[in-house]
Design a binder for this molecule. Structure first.
Ligand code: NAP
Length: 676
């Protein structure tokens, strides 16, 4: 195979590696694969191109436009996975490893795209929470909104997930409306470059939305300001160096760090040998030890088990590890491939020497292991290794030194408090897991260890068939952790998108807030039209369009009929004396559900028309009891519109039911699907 010259993509052009580019070797064979490094990138021009070309083009689109763009991108990448797998073998990854990286990255883009369509508006301004009442009369209100930052997101990524690591950051940034400069780790940059090339070739992204730096970032960091974001993934040492740059501190540049982490997994005392939980624990630990040859930020580095189970856990792990073949990544029988480079292997061996002073190795020997289809002298191979620490309270290195490879340490605990103390000795990590069937222990661990962890994964026989695994960050859930793990937080659905937007408190009249947010706020002007709003299609309805209904009396007979029909004979509706003894009711009152039904009877337009279905109610509150003889009327206002597809969209209606003295008795939001 000819050497890949890893190109950068700058200002709309592909740029060859410059003089001084370094050669990257195949992880398993040691043969040269790629040249990476740049000398001639104009980082100022790249930043300006992102800001002046990419940013405006992205911000012109709505959140839904950008979500659709991401979905198209994911569909396109999905069709080209094979080419990426092929390259990924050179990094030492097996096909299963590559699927985590490549399929996992694409799946993440799909989820972020879908969440963008469902949870964000088809508009340019994101509303963060409901409006806040700031005045007695309701003429002055507040609303938190978020708008995209106007700079560039610089994504500096680690070597271990060249595709997922890029896409899990790219999707939230693009959804927010921010252009991105991707800087992958040099060692695996050829895989990232191939993926960026697919994205650029697809022509789905506007110019300037994505650029790529293969090699060093030059002076780019010193050109950033408060409208830019740096999102870094890598080692604690690099993060420390980067985040302390004068320019980042001086200009308050947002800096998100996802660092290394001494993640732990705890076996509950109830989950001893012979239980399904014990077997599950062994499977989870084994998987984290061997997937990506242990080069995973979320891998289990510390195996924390009841003192009595230390021996059985080591024996069971040994049996499981014995089944794992180590070898050439492409061989179908290979369960664990190579580390990314011989330098990475040497790092692990150096760390091992340190840890072995506190925790002797009980499984695996780096000098003697079987290897299939590869030359141990050329490839960066190591076997899975387990250490055992007898005195985890006195030990330091096992809690503080990350070996980014297939190594983990078993340690015993006395009781739950001791287990929590040990878990927290990592100084803050991405994920801790707990294998138990005991919710009380789970609560104690969450209370004791939650503040030190970004994620706590609890698994047992009830959830194991569907659980996603200790080590899998999911786009729906936050990924990141405090302290040692960097203090960052990525993903978590729309939470991850917020890193690329500025939250602003808007204050003004209801009309102002409705105009800015494209969501009708009670108190804002009402638009009245001659025909019923249910007769107009989704695209014809205007925000603020309002219907005031006729009046209807609620009688005792209505209440009795409703009680007989539904079977809801709750005493407050049936027995006047009993209702009076209740502090909430003046006497016998109408059912809340009767009020909702009467409201529908008042506002519904019965003919076949563009309203296709009532899909639910939200934020329902009953505000005042309704006695027999009350006169009800309803105000129905178009509050918000969210297109779903070309055929229909969701209309959120604000509904207020009032009585004869003009007091609100119930308020809610009605959701309907309306034809376009
Ligand atoms: P690394 O050596 O810290 O490098 C990370 C990134 O920083 C690479 O892209 C690297 O580029 C870049 N970099 C290094 N020095 C730089 C500088 N002076 N200016 C700008 N960029 C610079 O980490 P790694 O070896 O790639 O990754 C392994 C580590 O990442 C492990 O410790 C692992 O725990 C951690 N990790 C954490 C997460 C997470 O989500 N928390 C995920 C994956 C990995 P070059 O390669 O070109 O030097």
């Amino acid at each position: 195979m000819s050497l890949i010259g890893v190109q950068s993509f700058a200002c709309g052009r592909w740029v060859d590696p410059g003089a001084g580019a370094v050669v990257i070797a195949d992880a398993a064979t040691g043969a040269p694969v790629a040249r990476v490094g740049n000398a001639a990138l104009d980082t100022g021009a790249m930043r300006d191109y992102a800001r002046m070309t990419g940013g405006p083009a992205l911000r012109q689109m709505t959140f839904h436009d950008r979500a659709r763009m991401l979905k198209s991108l994911a569909l396109h990448l999905d069709q080209h996975r094979d080419a990426l797998y092929e390259l990924s073998y050179h990094t030492g990854a097996t096909l299963a490893d590559s699927r985590i990286d490549i399929d996992g990255g694409i799946a993440t883009v799909f989820v972020i795209a879908s969440k963008g369509r469902r949870e964000m508006p088809d508009d340019h301004v994101y509303l963060d929470g409901p409006p806040e009442a700031l005045s007695r009369g309701g003429s002055f209100m507040g609303q938190h909104v978020a708008t995209p930052l106007r700079g560039v997101a610089l994504h500096i990524n680690a070597f271990n997930f060249p595709v997922w690591g890029m896409l899990e950051k790219l999707a939230p940034a693009l959804l927010a409306g921010m252009p991105v400069i991707v800087k992958p780790a040099s060692t695996t940059s050829y895989v990232t470059e191939a993926c960026v090339r697919l994205m650029i070739q697809s022509d789905i992204l506007p110019s300037g939305a994505v650029q790529l730096i293969a090699g060093g970032v030059g002076d780019l960091m010193s050109r950033l300001d408060c409208q830019d974001v740096v999102s870094f993934t890598g080692s604690a040492a690099t993060a420390r160096h980067l985040r302390s740059a004068d320019q980042l501190i001086g200009a308050s540049v947002r800096f998100i760090a996802e660092q290394d982490s001494l993640n732990a997994s705890v076996l509950g005392p109830d989950a001893g040998p012979g239980t399904p939980e014990f077997d599950l624990f062994i499977r989870e630990v084994h998987r984290e030890l061997t997937v990506k040859a242990g080069q995973k930020c979320t891998a289990i580095r510390r195996i924390i088990v009841p003192d009595a189970h230390v021996g059985p856990v080591i024996a069971a792990l040994e049996a499981e590890i014995a089944k794992t073949r180590i070898g050439a990544p492409k061989l179908a029988t290979t369960g664990m491939g190579a580390l990314v480079s011989s330098a990475q292997k040497q790092d692990v061996l150096d760390g091992l020497a340190l840890l072995e002073k506190e925790a002797p190795r009980v499984i695996g020997d780096p000098a003697r292991f079987e290897l299939d289809g590869a030359d141990p002298a050329r490839g960066a191979f190591l076997p899975p290794m387990v250490l055992c620490c007898d005195d985890p309270d006195a030990a330091r290195q096992v809690h503080e030194t990350e070996l980014f490879g297939p190594v983990s340490t078993v340690m015993g605990y006395r009781d739950t408090k001791h287990a929590i103390d040990l878990v927290n000795r990592g100084g803050g990590s991405l994920v801790a897991s707990l294998i138990t069937g005991d919710p009380d222990m789970a609560k104690e661990v969450v209370m004791g260890a939650g503040a030190y962890h970004g994620r706590i994964y609890i698994n047992n026989r009830d959830s194991m068939a569907e659980a996603t695994g200790h080590g899998a960050p999911l786009p729906h859930m936050i990924h990141g952790g405090p302290g040692r793990a960097g203090g960052g937080e990525e993903l978590g659905g729309i939470r991850g998108v917020m890193h690329y937007m500025q939250r602003t408190a808007i204050q003004g009249s209801p009309d102002m807030l409705s105009g800015v947010g494209r969501r009708w706020v009670p108190g804002a002007s009402e638009i009245t039209k001659a025909d019923h709003p249910f007769t107009r299609r989704f695209d014809q309805l205007e925000i603020g369009e309002t219907l005031h209904t006729a009046t209807r009396e609620v009688t005792s007979k209505d209440i009795e009929t409703f009680a007989a029909f539904t079977g809801d004979r709750f005493y407050a509706h049936m027995d006047d004396a009993a209702a009076r003894r209740n502090p909430f009711f003046p006497g016998r009152v109408a059912h809340g559900y009767l009020l909702l039904s009467f409201a529908a009877g008042l506002f519904v337009q019965p003919d076949e028309g563009p309203v296709l279905a009532n899909t639910g109610l939200a934020n329902l509150r009953f505000l005042k009891p309704v006695e027999p003889g009350s006169q009800l009327r309803v105000r129905l206002a178009v509050m918000q519109k969210t297109p779903r597809n070309d055929e229909y969209g969701e209309v959120r209606w604000h509904v207020t039911i009032r009585d004869q003295v003009d007091e609100a008795v119930a308020e809610y939001e009605l959701l309907t699907m309306n034809a376009r």
